[in-house]
Design a binder for this molecule. Structure first.
Ligand code: SAH
Length: 249
């Protein structure tokens, strides 16, 4: 069973989080429990009597954009574990999917791993396996049955595009959701022994000829409506029964 600490939602972009903040009535906490120079923002609420937190990765002061990617995600995960004492982390957001796997924009995928990296190529002994990751963070089979959602492998990289070497890696691991945060959060969750569940809505198709950025912008709104609906169901289900998520087998 997942730990006793609060459920902490970890989300990268303001556009991803807006829906669930409104839906669950979460409120921004101005006095955050972490150093003031960290960009992450904290939201909290009480859902069916239980405290739930949301860590948003925040805004990069130099460029004014959301701190998407593995670096911001690592900081956010560290805060979720150490500053909030997370009993269970839910990483929710947008992801690329694959037409060849029969996926469509708006599909929502649930995952407890494995979380792979597709762009950390280190052909140097055991560093190769370290670079690839492949972390399994939770058994989500009961939660998937409960919510009626498909499960799949998450693959993470620091880029939005997908050059041939990344596509080859994602083919090898059978990736169903390409994101920029999952594996970084999974690494922290594994180190800390905290269960992690990922919920990703498909905003773009990696193997579609249209440029990924254009697909992402065109589909973000509709995909995030689906994400908000499924994330609300997921949070309410977990508040009701934490044992829907089990330690990895
Ligand atoms: N142009 C956008 C950038 C979004 S980057 C903007 O600034 O508004 C994409 C975000 O959604 C990342 O946080 C990533 O986790 C996820 N994502 C969606 N589609 C993706 C894809 N095809 N590859 C990698 N990450 C993707």
């Amino acid at each position: 069973m997942a730990g006793d600490g609060p459920i902490v939602l970890l989300m990268a972009m303001r556009d991803e989080a807006r829906g669930i903040i409104g839906r669950l009535g979460l409120v921004q906490v101005e006095a955050r429990p972490w150093a003031s120079w960290l960009p992450m923002r904290l939201y909290e609420g009480v859902i069916d009597g239980e405290r739930v937190a949301l860590v948003l990765l925040g805004v990069d002061p130099a460029t004014g954009v959301d701190c998407i990617g593995p670096e911001g995600a690592t900081l956010g995960a560290r805060a979720a574990v150490d500053e909030l004492g997370a009993g269970l982390i839910v990483n929710a957001g947008a992801a690329g999917g694959f037409e060849a796997r029969g996926q469509a924009v708006g599909d929502v995928i649930l995952s407890g791993g494995p979380f792979w990296y597709h762009d950390r190529r280190i052909p140097l002994g055991d560093f190769e396996a370290y670079g690839r990751g492949g972390y399994t963070t939770a058994d989500v089979s009961r939660l998937a049955d409960h919510l009626g959602l498909p499960t799949g492998v998450v693959s993470t990289g620091a880029s939005l595009d997908a050059p041939a070497s990344d596509l080859m890696e994602m083919g090898r691991t059978g990736a169903a959701a390409k994101d920029m945060e999952g594996a970084a959060i999974a690494w922290v969750a594994k180190l800390a022994g905290v269960e992690l569940v990922s919920l990703k809505a498909i905003t773009d198709l990696v193997d579609h000829p249209a440029p990924t950025g254009e697909q992402f912008m065109a589909n973000l709104h509709v995909a995030m409506e689906r994400l908000t609906d499924e994330l609300e169901r997921c949070v309410r289900a977990l508040v009701g029964d934490r044992s829907l998520v089990r330690p990895p087998r």
